[in-house]
Design a protein around this ligand. Structure first.
Ligand code: ADP
Ligand code: S3P
Ligand code: MG
Length: 165
């Protein structure tokens, strides 16, 4: 069993939003890794970061992604930092991985002041710029399909993807 599509990309790329729309169009279930982690931990992502730290969150994330890749056949949206783990990049090989590409200006306007995203709690502009630069090669490495999202409406992106998958 393999997800119909795994969505990767930076915070604000639209993984959660476009993923849900894409799943509706394909008539398959949708799962967001962050929501699965929150359900498992029994608390929101910012509280996991605050109480247990980022390393603990990343361990939960690696385990959730590994298990879901083997057991889920819908559309699966990852958190923006999931691909930082070499283990996760390796596990993505052989799957249909969609990279939702977003430039700095659109990403910034979409995430705003970073509410709900603990990594962007301090200095969201500079942090987001750094994340985009650091992670771009990793998203490119795992992607089998790349979609530019700048200036495009989520539903148009989902429609384009549904036609391509
Ligand atoms: N293509 C888009 N155009 C404009 N706004 C978008 C687009 N995709 C997502 N958004 C908005 O940006 C914010 C972040 O989207 P989200 O799906 O949570 O991104 P991600 O899961 O990749 O971090 C949400 O408020 C969402 O409504
Ligand atoms: O970029 C990151 O490292 C993170 C992105 C978030 O998901 P989104 O990319 O859906 O915002 C969430 O997993 C967590 O706050 C860490
Ligand atoms: Mg998301």
């Amino acid at each position: 069993m393999s997800p119909r599509a795994v969505l990767v990309g930076a915070p604000g790329a639209g993984k959660t939003t476009v993923g849900r729309l894409l799943a509706d169009r394909l008539g398959v279930p949708f799962l967001d890794a962050d929501s699965a982690i929150e359900a498992e931990a029994g608390k929101p992502i910012p509280e996991i970061f605050f109480d247990e730290g980022e390393e603990h969150f990343r361990a939960l994330e690696r385990a959730t992604v590994a298990a879901t890749l083997e057991s889920f056949d819908g559309v699966f949206a990852l958190g923006g930092g999931a691909i930082l783990a070499a283990e996760t990049r390796k596990a993505l090989a052989g799957h249909t991985v969609v990279y939702l590409e977003v430039g700095f200006a659109d990403a910034l306007s979409r995430v705003g002041l970073g509410a709900g995203r603990p990594l962007l709690a301090i200095n969201p502009r500079a942090t987001l710029k750094h994340l985009l630069d650091q992670r771009r090669p990793l998203y490119e490495e795992v992607a089998t399909v790349t979609v530019v999202t700048d200036g495009l409406d989520p539903d148009a992106i989902a429609a384009d993807l549904a036609a391509r998958l």
